[in-house]
Structures are given as structure tokens and as C-alpha cells.
Design a protein around this ligand. Structure first.
Ligand code: ATP
Length: 279
């Protein structure tokens, strides 16, 4: 990766009681990058984002913009430019679109808030048309747009999106991913967690495949999209459907690129503990 690292996660593990949902996960997001983490239901994607945000306790190291974030509570992480749009979108249904947006910039002064709102209404014209409408009455796609816009009101440096395509019609999904690509152009880095592997790999620069809480594959998104195991297990191409066995990429050798290797260097193995590194 040539861009400076914005987010660096090293050896992150998260347990619910005795059950480890995320195990020794290392991922990185460079400034201005879109990085996606794809995986099936229960792979640990939401848990990973929650731990990075400080919502869940974890072991391992998380650095954001060169600083270890462990001492910072959620609000302080937000203040530093780290923002999460959760899967359930967490809007205030009985408040208007405009008021939901204002909440996203509650730390900013009135002038900055107004400027951010104007910017959001330019980026999301449907929200501008519905500025006085209650959030509860919006369509699913509009709710997702509002959740995105509200997060952007805080002017994040890294936006973490948990399944933004969930429950949306294909045309709306296309709109959401178009906005995600546009955010990169505006300098916002994106960590995108998705089950919709096809759309996520199409928009992302780099990708990680999470299986049973572990990184099974990583590399440039375009290369992973061509990887026959990803195609078979996550894109429904070549025989095996994405609803196949839960650990579909294993027991084949775990292939990956590490963040320090140049893109295009070809797949390398990410060994599990006690497993040999294979070519
Ligand atoms: N609060 C909790 N208590 C106990 N186990 C949990 C809790 N939340 C999640 N888990 C378990 O942790 C594992 C990872 O869940 P997680 O929600 O992170 O997966 P996910 O990849 O985001 O799945 P999905 O795509 O369905 O949202 C699952 O086995 C899940 O059942």
C-alpha cells in the first residue's frame, strides 16, 4: 500500500463469554482507500467494527491516524474522525431528516453545521426533497442515505459501513455504492463490511475475506474477485453458491496478500497458528 495508514488493526480478538467471534484479525485502511471485509452471516464482521469503534472490549491493537485508540471512549474516537454507520442505521424515526442530520454535527458550530447540511443535500438530493419528513416514514434506501449523510455531517476521516446494502433493492444498492465511491473522491476512507461480495469487491481497492472470525484471504479487490475460491464461495460462480458450507475457503491453503506487499505481488499464504506458510 502506498498511501499512509489511517487505520491499523493488529491481532484483534473479541469474545462473547467463552466464544471467540473474532480471532487474531489484522487489517489496515490507508488514507483515501476503500477497503472491504466480506463474509457470511456470523463471520464476525459486525463484531470487528464494534471492537474498532470501542463498543465491545477486545484484545490486540487498534491505531487510528498513528495513535493507539485504546484509551479513547467512543465519543473521543468519533471526535478524531472515526465513524460507524451500524447495520440497523440507528436513525431517530420521530425526528425529521434535517434534525437527524443536525445531530450528526452536534459538535460543530451553527455555521459549520449549515454548510455540512447544504453539502449533504447536494450529495443526496432525495434527502433535500424530504428534509421535513420524519425519518420513520422514509424508504429503506432513503434511510440508508440518511444514515450515511448523518455520519458525514461529523466530517469523518474514516467511515465504517456495516452492510449498507442490507435489505435494499438492486437499483438502490447501486446508488449506495456510487455514493461510497464518491466519498473516496472526497478524501474519506471507507471500511465497508458486506455480505454483498460482488458489489463490495467492485467498489473497493482492497479486500479481506473473514471466515469464522479469522482473515482467510486478503488482497487487491480486483484480484480477489477473480480468485476462483472467492468466485465459487461468495460470488456464486463456478459451482459453489455463497450459501455453501460455512468455512468454504478452507481447508484449501489460505491465500492472502499482506498490506506491506505491493499490489499484484500475487497470493501468499496466511497461516493459521501452527500451520505452515504455503506458496
Ligand atoms: N451479543 C452477542 N452475544 C453472543 N454472541 C454474539 C453476540 N453478537 C454476535 N455474536 C456471535 O458472534 C459471531 C459473529 O457475529 P457478527 O454479528 O459479528 O457476524 P457478522 O459477520 O456481522 O454477521 P451478519 O452478516 O449476519 O451481521 C456469531 O456467531 C454471533 O452469533
Amino acid at each position: 500500500m502506498t498511501t499512509p495508514l489511517l487505520l491499523e488493526v493488529r491481532g484483534l480478538s473479541v469474545a462473547y463469554g467463552q466464544v471467540e467471534a473474532v480471532s487474531d484479525v489484522s487489517i489496515a485502511v490507508g488514507a483515501g482507500e476503500i477497503v472491504t471485509v466480506i463474509g457470511r452471516n456470523g463471520a464476525g464482521k459486525t463484531t470487528l467494527l464494534s471492537a474498532i469503534m470501542g463498543i465491545l472490549p477486545s484484545r490486540g491493537a487498534v491505531r487510528f491516524a498513528g495513535e493507539a485508540v485504546a484509551p479513547f471512549a467512543i465519543g473521543e474516537r468519533v471526535g478524531r474522525g472515526l465513524c460507524l454507520v451500524p447495520e440497523h442505521r440507528a436513525l431517530f424515526g420521530s425526528m425529521t431528516v434535517a434534525d437527524n442530520l443536525a445531530l450528526g454535527a452536534f459538535r460543530h458550530g451553527a455555521d459549520e453545521r449549515r454548510a455540512s447540511q447544504d453539502e449533504m443535500f447536494a450529495l443526496f438530493p432525495r434527502l433535500a426533497e424530504r428534509r421535513s419528513q420524519l425519518a420513520a416514514t422514509l424508504s429503506g434506501g432513503e434511510r440508508q442515505m440518511l444514515a450515511l449523510a448523518r455520519a458525514l455531517m461529523g466530517r469523518p476521516r474514516l467511515l465504517m459501513l456495516d452492510e449498507p446494502s442490507l435489505g435494499l433493492a438492486p437499483l438502490i444498492v447501486r446508488d449506495v455504492f456510487r455514493i461510497v465511491a464518491e466519498l473516496r473522491e472526497r478524501g474519506v476512507a471507507i471500511l465497508l463490511v458486506e455480505q454483498n461480495a460482488r458489489a463490495a469487491l467492485a467498489v473497493a481497492d482492497r479486500a479481506y475475506v473473514l471466515e469464522l472470525g479469522r482473515v482467510a484471504l486478503e488482497g487487491p479487490a480486483a484480484e480477489l474477485a477473480r480468485d476462483p475460491r472467492v468466485a465459487a464461495s461468495y460470488l456464486g460462480i463456478g459451482g459453489r453458491h455463497r450459501d455453501g458450507p460455512p468455512d468454504a475457503l478452507n481447508p484449501t491453503p489460505r491465500m492472502s496478500y499482506t498490506a506491506s506487499e505491493p499490489p499484484g505481488a500475487g497470493p501468499t499464504a496466511t497461516p493459521r497458528p501452527g500451520e505452515d506458510k504455503r506458496p
